[in-house]
Design a binder for this molecule. Structure first.
Ligand code: IVH
Length: 690
């Protein structure tokens, strides 16, 4: 979310539009996190999105409707397990990011409870375990049912799996009320996570991104035997339904949990006052790298349960507790080198090569440096000791250099003004932070990147021409440009002799190439890898000009700044001046003209097929969600558009049809809510072939 306009300054219409976009994104990320165990962005980025949503609602209260994610606590349960209703909802917590936020939390509570300055307010500070919350129901002291949080109101019954966890007692070891629900966090120790991934890798199975995902994957097994083989643990910290009160304060409650036979976190402690709370936060932050489990903050809870009852809840979180989040995990290491990578369009991207270091259980040896301004701003130099950070699954970053450790002979890093691969001049556009190699097709790095793009899935989709083969064939001068791909059959004999190839793999490759000699114009234009010309723009061009000859003729004519051809190009909705400049520059470059001529000779480039207006999908708005199995998303999209449908990324009341693949969640749910027809992939295939 880049819009930083203060929410109060947004018009009602803009606020509503932004709110809808955020809500949709948050729902999607909730589903990715809670149902697919595959977060798509860091916690910090998610929190930022959520804060923006809340800020917009604060300024435009009418937007805080029941369907807003601000009113929910997660995502609904995944399919396949029996549903369990939580009689007492499993809520989430509000967040604090700074001591000021914590101070505000304490002040708010004091004001709410009408406490005087001298009145004590004990707070229990507990590490916030980054695992999966579960609720365990005990009746007459026996464990009868365990469930995931799900959407907070309804979770999944995973009793059999939870029974395999040693930290979960079958029988409570101390007297207990008739009904007690104990809540806590199931996690996989970091050490177990590392060995599990090693085993998974050796077995060619899926490797987990982090311990939390591994724990989630292990808990959602339909075979409890698999769960039993994963050394899951649990810390208990809260309760749900209880037939009688079990304690008067949180500290006592934690002691009771111990007595019943649960594990409680040994770093939990009572604090009074802001200084003690922040001191504890600092101490635990320092211990964080040594812990054998991930924590992502500290939870502060008002100790007295009578106070908790008075404070109650605000929509999705208790007023009596807050999570003080940690910033991204950091470590220091040596910046060994700054390497420059050259991209398809010649962009020079600096990458930090680091002395390998473990950050949050993951070994890091590379980090992004973004661009030359970033290096200059941080004055990063080779040999520097640098602080790096990693938040969630995002690419590690270099935060800053430690000047006190800087070697005496170190020199300011000078960003190259020539391409490190072809030595052509590398220039910077006034408006861009990026420096680009001007070598074009004489730059081997650009040629290889362009070839990789040309054969990629959404372009020519040639199997068997992965990065390794493209690089090797380019180095041996069998591939100097895209046209050479379609001349490879002339080198059959020398291909077969290549180490590790052999007759069969060469046959397969040549067959895959042959299959794609016929190509629709829009795919062809996209495959060229012209700067700023992605799939959508390529399609617009194909739709406007119809066939290769007419497109090329129009581009040639558009070179004249006063031509009708240029006006027509700029009139295409979706093509602005900057795209037009890149397009014309490409088409007028000599090498590229030659390549286009060659490809025109070698290929059968099919004219654009105007969408059938008589199909029953014509004019309809279709949304694809979830994973399709029989075709790629781009293929499905192309088919829908060929039938005259408009493909949209989000579900609204303008949507006519939702095609839900595997794991489709938020969007499919929204479609149901709005009464929009939802079909699966098989029905979709019938619809388009019928
Ligand atoms: S108390 C009503 N204590 O954090 C309050 N939660 O963001 C219930 N969590 O859903 C939560 N450690 O999964 C509490 N010591 C702790 C926790 C903790 C981790 C998780 C829990 C909760 C989430 C809220």
């Amino acid at each position: 979310m880049n819009d930083v306009t203060p929410p109060k300054e947004l018009s009602a219409q803009d606020a509503a539009a932004q709110h809808a976009r955020l809500a949709e994104d948050i729902r999607m990320h909730n589903a990715a996190y809670h149902q697919n165990d595959a977060p798509l962005l860091s916690d910090a980025a998610y929190d930022a999105m959520f804060r923006r949503l809340l800020a917009i609602e604060a300024a435009h209260p009418d937007l805080a409707q029941a369907e807003s994610p601000s009113q929910a606590v997660g995502a609904p349960p995944a399919q396949g397990f029996t549903k369990v209703q939580h009689t007492i909802p499993m809520l989430s917590l509000g967040n604090a990011f700074s001591p000021d936020d914590v101070d505000e939390f304490l002040t708010r509570i004091r004001r709410f409870l009408n406490l005087q300055d001298g009145d004590p307010l004990e707070i229990v500070a507990e590490p916030k375990i980054d695992g999966l919350s579960v609720s365990l129901r005990y009746e007459n002291g026996s464990f009868v049912r365990g469930a995931t949080r799900g959407d907070g109101n309804e979770g999944e019954d995973i009793t059999a799996n939870l029974q395999t966890i040693a930290d979960i007692p079958d029988m409570l070891k101390d007297a207990a009320p008739r009904i007690v629900e104990v809540r806590g966090e199931v996690y996989l120790p970091r050490s177990a996570f590392r060995s599990l991934n090693e085993e998974q890798e050796a077995a060619g199975a899926r490797v987990f991104a982090n311990p939390r995902n591994a724990a989630a994957g292990s808990l959602r097994q339909h075979d409890a035997g698999v769960t039993a083989s994963r050394p899951l643990r649990m810390f208990a910290y809260a309760w749900g339904e209880v037939s009688e009160d079990v304690a008067e304060n949180q500290r006592e409650f934690l002691e009771q949990l111990d007595a019943w036979g649960f594990q409680t976190n040994p770093l939990s402690r009572a604090c009074s006052g802001l200084d003690e709370i922040i001191g504890n936060y600092t101490t635990i932050s320092a211990k964080r790298p040594e812990l054998d489990y991930d924590i992502d903050g500290i939870v502060y809870k008002v100790d007295r349960l009578d106070f908790q009852r008075r404070l109650g809840f605000v929509s999705r979180a208790p007023r009596w507790a807050i999570a003080h989040k940690f910033p991204a995990e950091q470590a220091t290491t040596i910046l060994r080198d700054i390497e420059i990578q050259v991209g398809r369009t010649g962009s020079l991207t600096p990458v930090a090569r680091l002395e390998p270091v473990t950050v949050g259980g993951v070994v890091i040896s590379n980090a992004t440096l973004h661009n030359e301004d970033e290096i200059a701003r941080k004055d990063l130099r080779r040999g520097d000791t640098v602080v790096i950070q990693r938040a969630g699954d995002v690419i590690p970053q270099v935060v800053r250099a430690l000047l006190e450790k800087r070697p005496k002979d170190s020199k300011t890093y000078v960003f190259p003004e020539t391409c490190p691969v072809c030595q052509s001049e590398a220039v910077r556009d006034k408006e861009e932070a990026v420096r680009r190699c001007t070598g074009g097709l004489i730059c081997p790095a650009q040629v290889v990147e362009r070839l990789k793009h040309f054969v990629s899935r959404d372009a020519f989709d040639i199997e068997g021409l992965g990065e390794k083969n493209v690089t090797a064939l380019h180095a041996d001068m069998l591939l100097s440009g895209p046209a050479d791909i379609f001349r490879l059959q002339n080198h059959r004999a020398s291909l077969i002799e290549r180490e590790g190839w052999g007759e069969q793999s060469v046959e397969n490759l040549l067959e895959a190439i042959e299959k794609h000699r016929t190509v629709p114009l829009e795919r062809f234009i996209y495959a060229l890898g012209i700067r700023q010309v992605g799939q959508a723009t390529a399609r617009l061009l194909a739709r406007t000009y119809g066939n290769l000859a007419d497109w090329r003729a129009a581009m040639n004519a558009a070179h004249d700044t006063k031509s009708d051809a240029l006006e027509e190009l700029l009139n295409i909705d979706g093509i602005g001046e900057s795209v037009a400049n890149d397009l014309l520059a490409f088409v007028h470059e000599d090498h590229n003209r030659q390549t286009l001529d060659d490809l025109d000779d070698l290929l059968d480039i099919q004219p654009f097929v105007q969408p059938k207006s008589d199909s029953n999908l014509a004019g309809k708005t279709v949304v694809f969600t979830g994973k399709l199995e029989k075709m790629t998303r781009s293929e499905a999209k192309a088919q829908a558009e060929a039938l005259g449908a408009k493909v949209s990324g989000s579900v609204s009341n303008k949507t006519d049809l939702v095609v839900a693949g595997l794991g489709a969640a938020a969007k499919a749910r929204k479609a149901t809510e709005l009464g929009i027809r939802t079909v699966d992939e098989d029905i979709w295939i019938k619809m388009i072939s019928g």
